[in-house]
Design a protein around this ligand. Structure first.
Ligand SMILES: Nc1ncnc2c1ncn2[C@@H]1O[C@H](COP(=O)(O)OP(=O)(O)OP(=O)(O)O)[C@@H](O)[C@H]1O
Ligand SMILES: [Mg+2]
Length: 250
């Protein structure tokens, strides 16, 4: 098993209030690592650090290092990092344009595509990998805004796939979705791990247990426990983990 991401002694603070404390954690290539924990435990801050989304926040201070393969992400060109590490948010936010244009927007902007036939191939592959192709293949020119919430979320996944990243970060991707749409997004995540490495932050403990190969439990900026998902849910080592997964707090 190869580490795709290695996080060493990562501490993050906003305005001197520290919200992650000397975190050491790895993400294995082609796994889904689920991260669970109550509100304010630092889950989103952790994800945002992995693709340097907080760099422009002047109140944010970081110590420690993050390696993608063996490259220190803080020494990397930002555009290159964002191509390698894509992020999906809780609310799907398609661009107000067609399904086709949504997907091709970023590759075009990055200058990755020239010919129409190449564009068509990228759109089809991204939609297939996001488990959306069969639902939309006959209406690629219609507005993305007319899709259901669950379809919009899978479209946002397809938009990330179109730039061919190595890692995808999901921050509560199903929090606004009904159970059927949630199941579809979960299915596509499980498909995606064949090609990509996935970090999934979720408030839904059951979701973590359904899709995570390993699960990490964060509490107040600390990594309390990380283990194979079955093990963590069946026999957690720490009392705090047990309390959280059995719904005693959080
Ligand atoms: N941009 C910011 N500026 C100042 N404080 C912030 C900022 N972002 C997060 N925080 C603070 O950092 C702490 C951790 O927040 P974070 O969003 O990482 O937690 P979380 O585990 O994702 O929570 P939730 O489950 O509610 O999404 C919180 O106390 C939050 O108020
Ligand atoms: Mg969050």
């Amino acid at each position: 098993m190869v580490d795709k991401i290695k996080v060493e002694n990562l501490s993050c603070c906003y305005n001197k209030k520290c919200v992650l404390d000397s975190l050491n954690i790895n993400v294995i290539q082609n796994e889904i690592l689920s991260i669970i924990g109550p509100a304010n435990s630092g889950k989103t801050t952790f994800l945002r650090t992995l693709n340097r989304m907080n760099d422009l926040d002047v109140t944010y201070l970081r110590k420690g290092e993050v390696y993608l393969d063996n490259d220190n992400i803080f020494n990397m060109n930002m555009e290159n990092l964002r191509k390698r590490v894509g992020m999906l948010f809780a609310m799907p936010i398609p661009l107000p344009m067609s399904i086709y244009e949504n997907i091709i927007y970023a590759p075009k902007r990055l200058g990755l595509i020239l010919k129409k036939s190449e564009q068509d191939a990228i759109v089809e592959q991204a939609l297939r990998d996001a488990s959306l192709w069969n639902e939309v293949k006959d209406r690629l020119d219609s507005s993305a805004m007319k899709m259901s919430g669950g379809q919009q979320q899978r479209l946002c996944i397809a938009r990330i796939l179109a730039i061919n990243p190595e890692v995808i970060l999901f921050d509560e991707p199903c929090s606004g979705l009904d159970p059927i749409s949630t199941a579809k997004v979960e299915e596509s995540m499980i498909e995606l791990k064949q090609k990509y490495t996935i970090v999934l932050v979720t408030n839904n403990v059951k979701q973590a247990s359904r899709v995570g190969d390993r699960t990490a439990f964060f509490l107040m900026g600390n990594l309390i426990e990380i283990d194979k998902t079955d093990k963590l849910f069946i026999s957690p080592k720490e009392r705090q983990t047990e309390d959280y997964i059995t719904g005693r707090f959080g």
